[in-house]
Design a protein around this ligand. Sequence first.
Ligand code: SF4
Ligand code: SF4
Length: 278
Amino acid sequence: MIISVASGKGGTGKTTIATSLALSRGEVQFLDCDVEEPNAHIFLKPHTNERISVGIPVPELDESKCNFCGKCGEVCEFNAIVVIKKKVLFFPELCHGCGGCSYICPDKAIKEVDRAIGVIEKARSGKIDFIHGILNVGEPMATPLIKQVKRHINNRTNAIIDASPGTSCPVVEAVKGSDFCLLVTEPTPFGLHDLKLSVDMLRRLTIPCGVVINCADIGDDKVTKYCENEDIPILMTIAWNRRIAEAYSRGVPLIDALPDFQNGFSQLYGTIERLAER
Ligand code: SF4
Ligand code: SF4
């Protein structure tokens, strides 16, 4: 089973929930797919045992073979390669490494070379098999790195994916293929607005979801009413607690700082299993 943990809005406690869910389960794979800002390792403190460089294949032009026909520019959906008069211009930061230009080139003037975009670290934290992707600073291509992180999913065990906040391409890539997605939100107008976007995204991907409301005793009841109206189960509510905030700031997982939550997270995992099977 693959459970993804996502949130439409940043700062709702997504990683706090994801890491405590993993710790309550014990033997599980944890994949931090928030590759632009991975921080689950701060809480799980894994010991790295493998580092893998990740790149995408980008075109390299041999101008002596080029007839400037412009076919490479026509096939590129991302305007990463443009042919103007007798010049082929390439914008590496726009290139998605799809291979279309080298495939279409009639004169074999384009070969593919690897451009590094980040690294994957495989590690161990107690019983947790930990994997995260770290995108190079300033690198815009998060999605190919997330794809590579997810290639390490072991189908013989359960996996928890920590997605980045929002509903953009990296989030879609991270949650795609999940059996269930846990959405972490807070009872505020921003929380509700972004929750609606996340629910819409998951419905398009036909991924069942449930909600955790963090800081549930502040704000209003509109998130609760929305979930009731939309038939989305609220699987856990967590009241604001200074000790949770302090533990977070020290990099201590919620269930280690407040062991009373252990049962709640174990039950949450069991409920997700049942809902995913359904
Ligand atoms: S498709 Fe090949 S030959 Fe045509 S412009 Fe592009 S690189 Fe040159
Ligand atoms: S590899 Fe794909 S995205 Fe990159 S320049 Fe070629 S066609 Fe465009």
